[in-house]
Design a protein around this ligand. Structure first.
Ligand code: TRP
Ligand code: SF4
Length: 403
């Protein structure tokens, strides 16, 4: 059993990529839907992130944002359960990005693997820009500004989560120590028996000077056993033990979305760049045509030639969409040439259409009432800004910008 997060602050963004496809639905959106049930979720359109790579051709962004938001709502992202907003409408992200940039060492950004990878993959664009280098820091600001506990991301984004945590740690270390830190630590230590204090100091240097992880654990255990310490003392001494400041910006955990590759029409991972997608809102005839013309096991040249389902992309779809009996029927029929590929594709077409039907209906309804959609986004923007502003007020204060 995977463990499902509960009562956590969850933040995730998606670059505006227009109409989404079945791969997005099975990979990302179903996960978002589950999370919104028991958590405090913030889902946003990362339109500033789109500009880091598409600044030369930004014309498509408004439409792509619109279509994507409709898809989110159509699959059931519920504004009563999750805050849905557009990044560029919440200016606080930009301010936090700026403030964090002051303390972020350049090598941290230069080292992020996606920086060089993407520059190579998109070699025709000039990505030797300040904005593109700062991509992961902007993402850090997106996350830290809501003090997220968890961030659902794919594997490709893990390095961005790492830098987010590093930046938070550095921030807390720089600004999370109270002015009279030393004397406060002394006062907290005095609340413990002398012997315990001495042991605490020993464990602290064993961890901080020699990196002894057992000492760190022993120190934590020791603190949790002290009845005399208030929550603030405990937090302060824990920070002292670990060598970090108070948690102004908590370090978020990645919630790794399993990289289950949703199969595209050609058997490769479904992706716009491969041109092998079925859109969530694809017209039914189009869905039928696309699946009818899908390649199958090349060994089945004629109807009487038996095939191997494991070599066929249609089989990959059966594995996702078909119940046990249908799968058994397809497998048996394929390997014995009992059924033809056209027969085999039938149930897959049915299942995809059935899945899309309510989504398509809701999307049509939403598209017919744009003012409702804008209202939802507008409210989301405001809710997000309110919370972002709270964090930013704390950040400004510790960075010397309070009035
Ligand atoms: N970089 C992410 C992607 O390409 C999108 C993103 C931007 C994001 N900000 C975020 C994801 C904050 C999670 C949290 O998929
Ligand atoms: Fe693929 Fe089904 Fe044809 Fe076998 S019968 S090759 S699994 S489409």
């Amino acid at each position: 059993m995977e463990n499902r997060p509960q009562n956590q602050r969850i933040v995730s963004g998606m670059r505006p990529s227009g109409r989404l496809h079945l791969g997005h639905y099975h990979g990302v959106l179903k996960n978002w839907l589950q999370l919104q049930e028991a958590n405090d979720c913030f889902y946003f359109v990362a339109d500033w992130h789109a500009l880091t790579t598409d600044y030369e051709n930004p014309q498509g962004i408004p439409d792509a944002t619109w279509e994507m938001v409709i898809d989110w709502l159509a699959v059931g992202i519920d504004p009563a359960k999750a805050v849905l907003f557009v990044q560029s409408a919440v200016k606080q992200h930009a301010e936090l990005n700026l403030l964090l940039s002051m303390l972020t060492p350049l090598p941290w950004l230069e080292r992020v693997p996606t920086f060089k990878d993407q520059q190579q993959r998109l070699a025709e664009r000039n990505l030797a820009t300040y904005g593109f280098l700062g991509y992961p820091l902007l993402q850090s600001a997106d996350i830290l500004i809501y003090k997220a506990d968890g961030v659902p991301v794919g594997e490709d984004q893990l390095s961005h989560l790492d830098i987010t945590r590093q930046v938070a740690r550095r921030f807390n270390w720089l600004y999370g120590r109270e002015a009279d830190h030393e004397s406060k630590v002394e006062a907290s230590l005095k609340k413990m028996p002398k012997k315990t204090t001495a042991r605490f100091k020993k464990l602290r240097s064993a961890w901080r000077e020699s990196g002894d992880a057992e000492a760190l654990e022993a120190g934590k255990a020791l603190l949790s056993e002290q009845d005399n310490l208030g929550p603030e003392d405990r937090e302060r001494l824990l920070g002292e033990l670990e060598g970090r400041g108070l948690e102004i910006l908590p370090e978020p955990d990645p919630l790794l979305t399993p990289a289950a590759k949703f199969p595209g029409l050609d058997g490769q991972k479904m992706s716009k760049s491969y041109g092998n997608t079925i859109a969530l809102r694809e017209e039914p005839d189009e869905v039928e045509t696309k699946i009818r013309t899908m390649p199958t096991d090349p060994a089945r040249v004629r109807r009487i030639d038996p095939g191997t389902p494991e070599k066929c992309p249609v089989w990959e779809l059966h594995k996702i969409y078909s119940a046990h009996e249908t799968r058994a029927w397809a497998h048996e029929g394929c390997t014995t040439a009992g059924i033809g590929c056209v027969d085999c594709k039938g149930p897959v077409i049915e299942a995809v259409l059935a899945e899309q039907e309510p989504i398509r209906r809701r999307a049509q309804d939403l598209a017919a009432h744009p003012e409702r959609v804008w209202e939802i986004v507008h409210e989301g923007n405001q809710k997000a800004a309110r919370i972002a502003e709270e964090t930013l007020a704390e950040v400004r204060a510790v960075m010397g910008l309070a009035r």
